[in-house]
Design a protein around this ligand. Structure first.
Ligand SMILES: Cc1cc2nc3c(=O)[nH]c(=O)nc-3n(C[C@H](O)[C@H](O)[C@H](O)COP(=O)(O)OP(=O)(O)OC[C@H]3O[C@@H](n4cnc5c(N)ncnc54)[C@H](O)[C@@H]3O)c2cc1C
Length: 414
């Protein structure tokens, strides 16, 4: 039992929690960061490592309706869905689909653009300060189509251009010049030139956590049991201690709703699960950057350990047993593109935490002073962790966040 009162306790040491803790420490607050695992061991470990400048279009955009017939077959690599989950969560599905309205595209793109811009700036500063600059590659991100998809690529490029995000349209020859090791299966490419990537997202989070510890932040490895309002703040009950703080930040990624339910908050968070498999690289056939195979619905990223292939979305319960159908389907397609060796390690599974409007919650809990919510960063949480954390730290200090957070207000859902 400890009765030392900390300014801020951050729950969860994924990219979002580590970022919130570091940003709060930078603002002079005393900080304890708690996770049952080492920092960066869950969703922030297994992602594709892309620091994406251009992911401003949420999955539930107007084009979803064109793709829906093929998704309804429940055999597509981009999206598998559990019918039982859909039946049990009709409100989430209805709200998610409502957000595909044309009128909802630009407001959300604008909000995400602000969050992404602030986040990339911080990632580029922090990764140097954390001594992990060797992990970042400023080689962009290539989205590539096997079919004749110039029109789709141009449509995407037009929206990026509207927001001042640079990209280059490529043909087969341009793609071969950029990625000489791949088989020329792609006819069209869109290179996101301002996007970066890292060779180990988990180790980047660990480096940021080490930087936090170096600045006097405390990191505890404990199971978080509950949070309880207390005189002038919060009591955080762990499996091995109870901590007290003026402010608590919930950054538990896909697990965030669990801790909030006893306080009366029912958060409509869904889990867009995804898988990765890593393969030994062939040093003579290396990738220069992550490639998104748009027709195959998978991503390949060169990582420290090898080539990481990540799958599309599986919409089901967070803790339902794994189904390897999607990753089984796409891994051989990746092998058609670039030569690589045998699998390294086990297949990994994680959950992209997604609210119906595909925007995170960043801000105060509506009915409890000193309780801050920072989760729901969907497909781009590794990118947007630092901006999410920086905004929370600013708000705790009563200062304006570095970008407009209005669209991310938790009160829109709870
Ligand atoms: C296949 C896949 C590919 C992706 N690719 C990208 C990408 O290329 N770029 C990108 O920007 N994003 C990507 N994402 C999304 C990104 O990984 C997530 O949005 C992001 O990692 C979420 O971070 P987080 O800090 O919110 O959650 P997490 O990293 O999951 O952190 C939550 C932490 O809470 C802890 N925790 C939970 N409950 C408790 C408890 N009771 N007690 C103690 N600790 C607890 C967990 O141990 C965990 O460490 C991808 C996701 C997936 C699944």
């Amino acid at each position: 039992m400890t009765d030392k009162k900390t300014d801020v306790i951050v729950l969860g040491a994924g990219i979002v929690g580590v970022s919130a803790a570091y940003a709060a420490r930078q603002r002079g607050l005393s900080v304890v960061l708690v996770d049952r695992r080492e920092p960066g061991s869950e969703t922030s470990y297994g992602n594709a490592g892309i620091l994406s400048s251009g992911s401003i279009t949420p999955l539930n955009n107007p084009a979803l309706w064109t793709a829906l017939p093929k998704y309804l077959t429940n055999r597509h690599a981009a999206l598998r869905w559990n019918p039982a989950w859909v039946v049990q969560n009709p409100a989430w599905v209805a709200r998610f689909l409502t957000e595909t309205a044309v009128s909802r595209l630009r407001p959300r793109a604008t909000a995400l653009h602000g969050l992404i811009g602030a986040s990339l700036k911080l990632h580029r500063e922090w990764i140097v300060q954390a001594g992990a600059a060797h992990r970042i590659r400023e080689t962009g991100w290539l989205k590539a189509w096997r079919g004749d998809s110039v029109a789709s690529a141009k449509r995407e490029q037009a929206l990026l251009t509207e927001y001042g995000i640079e990209s280059r349209l490529l043909d087969r020859q341009d793609i071969s010049a950029l990625e000489p090791s791949i088989v020329p299966v792609y006819k069209v490419g869109l290179l996101h030139t301002q996007t970066a990537s890292v060779d180990s997202p988990g180790n980047v989070v660990k480096a940021y956590a080490k930087m936090l510890a170096g600045e006097g932040g405390e990191i505890r490895q404990s199971e978080i049991k509950s949070i309880v309002p207390a005189e002038g703040g919060w009591r955080v009950v762990l499996d091995d201690a109870t901590l007290i703080a003026r402010h608590v930040v919930v950054a538990l990624g896909p697990w965030s709703p669990d801790i909030l339910r006893p306080l009366g908050y029912r958060v409509p968070l869904a889990f867009e699960r995804g898988y990765h498999r890593e393969f030994k690289p062939n040093p003579a056939r290396s990738l220069q950057r992550p490639i998104h195979d748009a027709d195959g619905s998978f991503l390949m990223t060169p990582m420290e350990q090898g080539i990481r292939v990540t799958s599309g979305v599986e919409l089901t319960d967070r803790d339902a047993p794994s189904s390897f159908a999607q990753i089984d389907a796409v891994a051989p397609m990746a092998r058609e593109v670039v030569e690589f060796g045998e699998q390294v390690g086990d297949t990994w599974r994680g959950s992209r935490p997604t609210l119906p409007d595909s925007l995170p919650m960043i801000g105060p809990a509506p009915r409890h002073a000193g309780l801050w919510l920072a989760f729901g960063n969907q497909h781009i949480g590794f990118t947007t962790g630092p901006g999410t954390g920086a905004a929370i730290a600013a708000m705790i200090k009563g200062l304006p966040p570095p970008y407009d957070v209005t669209a991310f207000a938790p009160s829109r859902y709870i």
